[in-house]
Every structure is written in structure tokens, then in C-alpha cells.
Design a protein around this ligand. Structure first.
Ligand code: B12
Length: 213
């Protein structure tokens, strides 16, 4: 548990090398990786966000915290238990156009893989046309749309509408997430479900697949 505490601290302090080293220790120890992400990585980046909000951190500090977060996640997501799960469905996910935030999405991707989804991650700043083309190509069971600023959250409904306009919405489930969103907001955007965090998203995705009650 101490290693997990230290990993959280390495993220808060924006130390990518230390974060990578501690993540390797956690991986080698055989710990439950999804729990370690929830206990160390998520609170670490959240604390960095709080310090920014309180004007104790500059944007450049948060960039370093994000780097530490990424180096930890790049190690933890190699966990064979996550990679080798039997696949139960396809999940296509993206961050909307104009939005570069991707840390929360990367947690969601890892949790979904851990729950058994084959995840297609289109990345950040994804235009509606790319999103629709990929949805046609991949034929996913669920699509996830992420936005993290008030400006970009406002265009999520256009992504859902584009699925309708292209005849893709029937039988396809839509999930929405990101710090500016809520259950009520997701409904207003025309989504089937909202994901509060990685664990909640994976649980609701399994429910949408009819795998979990
Ligand atoms: C880290 C961070 C950054 C990093 C991003 C690094 C990266 N690679 O992502 C950097 C420093 C680069 C950055 C840049 C900017 N940022 Co910023 N950033 C943050 C910060 C501090 C944390 C975001 C984060 O990663 N949280 C941690 C994760 C774990 O939480 P999360 O994102 O909410 O994700 C969870 C859930 O939402 C859910 N979830 C997430 N995605 C999805 C997707 C689906 C489909 C589902 C179902 C669920 C789901 O599960 C996740 C896991 O638990 C927030 C503050 C905050 N409190 O959120 C500001 C914040 C989002 N940023 C903000 C701003 C303004 C900016 C900049 C414009 C700053 C600037 N002046 O340049 C730029 C934007 C650039 C752009 N065009 O996108 C504002 C947005 C305000 C607004 N208008 O709404 C915030 C709210 C800060 C603030 N209070 O002012 N930022």
C-alpha cells in the first residue's frame, strides 16, 4: 500500500521517472491493477487539479503531473490480466473536437479493457466525421464520448445526433463522460448512460451489454 501512496505522491509532485518506477513495482508485485489505479493514479491527478484550482500550481506544474500520470498508466495497462481478458463487446471512445484532455479517458479505457471490452480509442480532438466513419467501420456495441470543458461539452449532442443522421443509433448504446457532465446532462445529450468514473463506466457498460444487473 505504501508503494501506491508513493505513486500518488509522485503524480502530485509531477515526477514521471519516479511514477514509472513505482508503477513497475506495483505491476511486479502482482497487485490488483485496477484497484491500484483507483487508489493511487486517480487521486494523484485529482489532487493536482485541486492545487491548480487553488492557484498553488501553475499550468506548467499540471503538465508535469499529467506526464507522471501517463508514465504510470503506460506501465500499469500492460497488466496481462487486463490485456488477456475474454472479449465481450466492442467499445469505441473519443474526446470531442477542440478538447485535448485525455487522462480521464485513458483510465476509462483501461477499466473497460479490464472488464473485457475490445476498446477502439480514437484519441483527442476527434471531429464528428471521423467519429462517424469509425463507428461505421468498427460496428461497436457502445460508443463513449468524452468532453472536459464547458465549451466542448456543449457539442456532445451533435455527436449523438450524427449517429442518428447516419442510421447508426439503432441498437447502438451511447455513453457520455467528463468533468462537466452528469447523469442529467447525458440524458439531455441523447445518451443512454453517464459514466462518473472508470469503475462506474465499466459497470454501466456491462449493464448495457446485459452482462451485469
Ligand atoms: C490535467 C488537466 C489539464 C492537462 C491535460 C493533460 C491531458 N493529457 O489530458 C493540461 C495541463 C494540458 C490542460 C490543458 C487545458 N486545460 Co485543463 N484541466 C486539467 C485538470 C486539472 C484535470 C483533468 C483530469 O485529467 N482529471 C482527472 C481525471 C481522472 O478525471 P476526469 O477527466 O473527470 O475523468 C474521469 C471521469 O470524468 C470519467 N470519464 C472521463 N472521460 C470519460 C469518457 C467517457 C465516455 C465516460 C463514460 C466517462 C469518462 O472517468 C474518468 C476517470 O475517473 C482539470 C480540472 C478538473 N478538476 O477536472 C482542468 C480543466 C478541465 N482544464 C481547463 C482548462 C481551461 C484548460 C486549458 C484551456 C488551459 C489553458 N489555458 O490552456 C487547456 C485546454 C486545452 C484543450 N483545448 O483541451 C478547465 C476547463 C474549464 C471549462 N471551461 O470548463 C478545467 C476544469 C480547470 C479549471 N477549473 O479551470 N488541462
Amino acid at each position: 500500500m505504501d508503494v501506491q501512496k508513493n505513486l500518488k505522491q509522485a503524480i502530485v509532485e509531477g515526477d514521471p521517472d519516479l511514477a514509472e518506477q513505482l508503477a513497475k513495482e506495483i505491476l511486479d508485485s502482482g497487485a490488483d491493477i485496477l484497484k491500484a489505479i483507483d487508489n493511487a493514479v486517480v487521486p494523484g491527478i485529482n489532487q493536482a487539479g485541486e492545487l491548480w484550482k487553488q492557484n498553488e500550481y501553475f499550468l506548467s506544474d499540471v503538465v508535469m503531473c499529467a506526464e507522471a500520470f501517463k508514465s504510470a498508466m503506460s506501465v500499469l495497462e500492460k497488466d496481462p490480466q487486463i490485456q488477456n481478458r475474454e472479449k465481450i463487446g466492442k467499445f469505441l471512445i473519443c474526446t470531442v473536437e477542440g478538447d485535448m484532455h485525455d487522462l480521464g479517458k485513458s483510465i476509462v479505457v483501461t477499466m473497460l479493457k479490464g472488464a473485457g471490452f475490445e476498446v477502439y480509442d480514437l484519441g483527442v480532438n476527434v471531429p464528428i466525421s471521423t467519429f462517424v466513419e469509425k463507428a461505421k467501420e468498427v460496428n461497436p456495441d457502445i460508443v463513449g464520448i468524452g468532453a472536459y470543458m464547458s465549451t466542448t461539452a456543449a457539442i456532445m449532442k451533435d455527436y449523438v445526433q450524427a449517429l442518428v443522421d447516419n442510421g447508426l443509433r439503432t441498437g447502438l448504446k451511447v455513453m457520455i463522460g467528463g468533468v462537466r457532465t452528469s447523469e442529467e446532462y447525458a440524458k439531455k445529450q441523447g445518451a443512454d448512460a453517464w459514466g462518473r468514473d472508470g469503475v462506474d463506466t465499466a459497470e454501466k457498460a456491462l449493464k448495457l451489454m446485459g452482462v451485469k444487473k
